[in-house]
Ligand binder design. Structure first.
Ligand code: NAD
Ligand code: UGA
Length: 470
């Protein structure tokens, strides 16, 4: 059988991955029709909004969607039709950490993947290539194959590929335009290799051949978990060292620069911070921990678990620094938190360290004012309600205020905490901020973005992660 020529693609899941990834495929492959589907009507309506008020904020995304929407890029809730028409289907649904049942708190909740797979089996009228785009535990492709084969119509065959996504939020479009690599895992049968070739030929429209890596299915699935675990492990390593810096007077920026200069180590992902956030690092490491435990590898599980534990430690260590520095109590004090997103250039707040900090400040009965340039109010209230299940939202709203600008947020406050590295926080007029604050005025830089010496000259008392006072 000749390899399939892909003319129509369906993507199930119009989230942070499915949306940008398949919008870029549509842009780079005008000869392919791409339909991105989701069960969430509001999300699809936003993707289709006439003024391009898209459901996610990502630099460059609007231009990509503007170039292709209505031409060869479509957003729809008609999941069945898109499945039926496509030769190749990406499954790009969410795979959050399980909240209840076996593996709760560690294993991946695969029920969204399973229901998308069952839908494909139920409605497909001919053979399809089904691509796991979601991040999944090793050997999920096998379960998908079993479900598809047990439920499909006669004459339909399904080839399953693993094609994990490595984009980072905030740089998604750049990452998709020139990825370090595209990874495709397939069974090493002729059919598996043909399916792999069909997907590789889609990416070959803009990705150099040398960057398209083809491997076995299980290696591909595991490589995604491994990549995230190793990136997060670097952050936890540097954050562990930041605690030593604070205690000794060493400077974490200098340490990470010196260490990263070694070409074997490399300089990326060595920026100390208040802790990593985002929807995936913690989830994927816990998934690896669960996998290791299920495989009776407790030492391996303990090794990876420590990366997440160190991250929790870093967040609570920073909250404690704020309390200790403000004369051991923040009860009744007014604290500004600048930034609510888990990193700059995204409106995503999933697992944002800002949420943990604010939860700790509320527990100390401080008043908190929040400003973030991209996160909307509704999202902030939802996140704070979830993080403080014992505090009714009306009470949270008595302690928390949302401000329209950074300058406004800092007026008449005792302390400012930088929780997200938005560029605009570097550029605000810190003299004006100081003039309008209660004295002594404190700044806590959880992202190492401010010029601490300049702030001290203005009159601020400054604490920076990874910098001791000696
Ligand atoms: P998301 O929650 O933003 O989007 C998932 C979408 O899938 C939702 O809109 C949901 O309504 C939809 N969905 C769920 N079940 C469905 C079904 N049966 N039919 C149709 N639609 C359905 O999630 P995300 O951030 O896009 O992540 C998706 C996957 O990609 C996850 O496995 C994640 O680990 C992985 N990933 C995420 C990132 C990232 O930066 N967010 C990067 C790489 C990989
Ligand atoms: C991360 C990976 O970088 C992507 O390759 C992967 O595809 C994605 O997870 C995923 O699977 O979801 P993302 O979480 O979007 O991407 O963003 P990162 O840039 O990795 O940042 C994650 C967190 O680590 C942020 O809170 C960031 O502020 C923090 N970070 C990052 C540091 O504290 N220090 C650093 O040096 C780098």
């Amino acid at each position: 059988m000749a390899p399939v020529k892909v003319k129509k693609i369906c993507c199930i899941g119009a989230g942070y991955v499915g949306g940008p990834t398949c919008a870029v495929i549509a842009l780079k492959c005008p000869q392919i029709q791409v339909t991105i589907v989701d069960l969430n009507q509001a999300r699809i309506d936003a993707w289709n909004s006439p003024d391009f008020d898209l459901p996610i904020y990502e630099p460059g995304l609007v231009d990509v969607v503007k170039a292709s929407r209505g031409r060869n890029l479509f957003f729809s809730t008609d999941v069945d039709k898109a499945i039926q028409e496509a030769e190749l289907i990406f499954v790009s649904v969410n795979t959050p950490t399980k909240k209840t049942g076996v593996g709760a708190g560690f294993g991946a909740d695969l029920h969204y993947v399973e229901s998308a797979t069952r839908r494909i089996a139920a409605v497909a009228q001919n053979s399809k290539i089904v691509v796991e785009k979601s991040t999944v535990p090793c050997r999920t492709a096998e379960s998908m194959r079993t479900i598809l084969e047990a439920n499909c119509k006669p004459g339909c065959r399904f080839d399953i590929l693993s094609n994990p996504e490595f984009l980072a939020e905030g740089t998604a479009i750049q990452d998709l335009f020139s990825p370090d690599r595209v990874l495709i895992g397939s069974l090493q049968t002729q059919e598996g290799k043909d399916a792999c070739g069909a997907l590789a030929s889609v990416y070959a429209n803009w990705v150099p051949n040398g960057r398209i890596l083809t491997v076995g299915l299980w290696s591909s699935e595991l490589s995604k978990l491994a990549a995230n675990a190793m990136l997060a492990q670097r952050i936890s390593s540097i954050n562990a060292l930041s605690a030593i810096c604070e205690a000794t007077g060493a400077n974490i920026d200098e340490v990470s620069h010196a260490v990263g200069y070694d070409s074997r180590v490399g300089s990326k992902f060595l920026r100390a911070s208040v802790g990593f956030g985002g929807s995936c690092f913690q989830k994927d490491i816990l998934n690896l921990v669960y996998l290791s435990e299920s495989l009776h590898l407790p030492e391996v599980a303990a090794y990876w678990r420590q990366v997440v534990e160190l991250n929790e430690y870093q967040k609570s260590r920073f909250s404690k620094t704020v309390v200790d520095t403000l004369f051991n109590t923040i009860t009744g004090k007014h604290i500004t938190v600048l930034g609510f997103a888990f990193k700059a250039d995204t409106g995503d707040t999933r697992e944002s360290p800002a949420i943990s900090l604010i939860r700790d400040f509320l527990a100390e009965r401080a008043y908190v004012t929040i400003y973030d340039p991209k996160v909307d109010a509704e999202q902030i209230w939802q996140d704070l309600a979830e993080a403080n299940p014992n505090l009714p939202l009306e009470l949270i709203k008595k302690q928390v205020t949302l401000a329209p600008s950074a300058l406004e947020a800092c007026k008449n406050k005792e302390a400012v905490v930088i929780a997200t590295e938005w560029k605009e926080f570097k550029e605000i007029d810190w003299q004006v901020v100081y003039d309008n604050m209660t004295k002594p005025a404190f700044v806590f830089d959880g992202r190492l973005i401010l010029d601490a010496e300049k702030l001290r000259k203005i009159g601020f008392r400054v604490k920076v992660i990874g910098r001791g006072s000696q």
